[in-house]
Design a protein around this ligand. Structure first.
Ligand code: ADP
Ligand code: MG
Length: 139
């Protein structure tokens, strides 16, 4: 499997609870190298743009309000098979269904406020990384 990059976000709920440090440590323990990292606050329009694929879903308003309510940390993470491995480390979308030891099981509150985001495919990862990082920002 090739070296890949994936886009991670530590969502407002986890930032508010000061779980960002513990979550970053989990990513590093799982073999990910940080290529880009910054703390930002999304506007509602920026959250809507990021989650455009979910426009029309019943939870779109709730999701974009949530994602713009406070700071997030965005990370570009790299390792072998990063996209699939990252999804294993974070666990299922609904923390109640996530495997023991996964980040969403440990730090997620519910299916909406689930602590972290992760890209779901190579195409999504490319789009999502470029949404936040210019090529020259990745080290
Ligand atoms: P994932 O983040 O695991 O890729 P999705 O892409 O399906 O999940 O959904 C994007 C985000 O939208 C989820 O991480 C979660 O924050 C939110 N979400 C998904 N489903 C629901 C739902 N049924 N109710 C509220 N929020 C949801
Ligand atoms: Mg998704």
């Amino acid at each position: 499997m090739a070296i890949q990059r994936t886009l991670s976000m530590i969502k407002p709920d986890a930032m508010e609870k000061n779980h960002a440090g513990a979550i970053l440590a989990k990513f590093q323990e799982a073999g990910f190298t940080v290529r880009g990292m910054k703390m930002i606050r999304l506007s509602l329009a920026q959250a809507e743009g990021f989650y455009a694929e979910h426009k029309g879903r019943g939870f779109f308003g709730e999701l974009t309000q949530f994602m713009s309510r406070g700071p997030i940390t965005v990370l570009c993470l790299e390792r072998e098979d990063a996209i699939a491995k990252y999804r294993e480390v974070i666990g299922a979308t609904d923390p109640a269904k996530a495997a023991d030891g996964t980040i969403r099981k440990l730090y997620g509150a519910n299916v909406g406020e689930n602590a972290v985001h992760g890209s779901d495919s190579e195409a999504s990862a490319a789009r999502e990384i470029s949404y936040f990082f210019a090529g020259c920002d990745l080290v």
